[in-house]
Design a protein around this ligand. Sequence first.
Ligand code: ADP
Length: 607
Amino acid sequence: MTDHTPRLLDALDAFEDGIYIISEDYTVEYMNKFMKELFGEGVGKKCHEVLIGSDKPCDWCKHDEVFIKNETNHSEVYIESVDKTFFLSELPVTNQDGTKSKLSIYRDLTRRVQREAKLKSSKESYQRLFKHVGCGVFVSSKQGRFLDVNPALLKMLGYQDKEEFLSLDLARDVYLSPEDRRIYTDIIEKKGKVVDYELRWRQRDGNILHILLTSIVRYDVKGNILGYEGIVVDQTRRKKHETEIKEAHDFLDKIISCSPNAIMVMDMEGIISLWNQVAEDVFGVKSEQVVGKMSIQQIFSNKVAKNVTEMMKDEKFGGKGKLNSYPLNFKREDGELVEGNLSASIIYDGNGNELASVAIFVDLKERLQTERELSAARQHLLQSEKLAAMGRLTSQIAHELNNPLFGIMNTLELMKTEIPPENKRRRLLDMSLSEIERLAEMLKKMLSFSKPDQAERQAIDINVVIDELMLLYEKRFRENSIKVMIDLAEKPGLIFASKDQLRQVFINLFSNAMYAMPDGGNLEITTKVVPKKLFIIVKDTGTGIKPEHIKKIFDSFFTTKTESVQGVGLGLSVCYGFIKDHGGEIIVESEEGQWTRFSIMLPLADK
Ligand code: ADP
């Protein structure tokens, strides 16, 4: 071995590069520790034997350049036996004795090469991802330009030319308003990032694009903001979907709230989950009072709710889970009567499990009321027709009877002049005459009943009519121990009526009242005005009327006065005819054994 200074050689052992020296005939003169660890001890052997196990020099060997041309050489070599790549430096060294050797330094590049390869491959995969990922990816500058964008973002915003896209002014061309971008940059610069930030961008054709933006800030080494990078997810379809769902929901809501019927939805325990406007009106409870708070059992009774559920479950009433029509009448909490028809059905899920029930209530109160009024009107019409027919008949009878009756009366009066008062027969004659007079009075009543609409009408103050009658009746009331209490409206207004007929009405009412109070009692006469109407109330504390009679008392010829010829049952039917004829109403209320009250309503005359 040539004289390489041993101290220097020891130092070479500390290197992490492989170092060896060979003589001109390829014999290894020195190997440092790193080299020995890699290839084993090789001093004295041919270098190619040690490195590649060959008896020929290595391909890369720059033997001649070093030994002949005295040049230093650098190259990159891969040695298979150790699976490593080296950066190789071969340089000539002149020994002290004038001979030449070659110093080779093998710097292990494997790790760097591997790192670079890895870096390259990961860069490629990032590029692939950037290119093919479904969401938009961008890098933008602080000033507001895109520096790079992926094809997905180009497509999302409707651009084909990337150059055109990169020239856009973000605040002006992409954000709906520059203000939007300012708010976004404020937030991201404060927080360093934004996640799922909702924004609206503008596409190339001007359409609005709803996006979710997730991005971070890019800083330079000094910490200054360079710009932003992030990903963009298109929300337009989701937004559209949301809008469609909302529209469908609103539409359904409108149908439910505009329905003319009450619609209610309950869970299977009966807890109310939907209560529309009509339900509020019909049942008199607000939606916020019931939804989630009350059960249907609290609105209807437990019994009704149970009946409805049972009928829904029974196929007989409209098929499985259905109840076609159930008449439902009940009293609301405030006492008002609810009348109508309920239909209901169970809502099932996909597996046939019961989820909820929906009920629709059709309010028939008004219809039933109209029907009742119609029926009453029909009844009244019948009554009027009966009255008219009766009127014609009675008028004929009365006419027929009138003349012979007056003939008899005249004859009896004549006979009276011939029979002196002290004569016994004279009493019989007087009795006959008085009965004939009663008969004549009855005929008069019958005639007035038959011609109700022939009387002349004039503007009348009802208080005057009552006052005049009281003058006539005062004495009779007193004699019958009847205390009269009069409470007249101060200014009752005028009614357009026949004074005679009104008198007849009160005479009939007073006579009946007197008859009902044989042992005396109280008679109250009241007049009251409500807008455009006059009320006259006559109340006595007499025998009252039996409930089974009360419906019939305005019928012609209905009477309970059977003894002698006390009544013919025409009084009230005449009253009824007169009042109706004046466009008014007459009703009776009574409690048997206690009192009877007749209330008359007459329309006030227009000024
Ligand atoms: P009449 O007086 O000839 O019987 P009305 O038509 O006047 O005929 O009366 C019919 C019936 O109504 C009477 O018979 C009586 O039973 C009943 N009535 C009328 N007014 C009263 C009253 N104030 N109190 C009790 N019953 C009455």
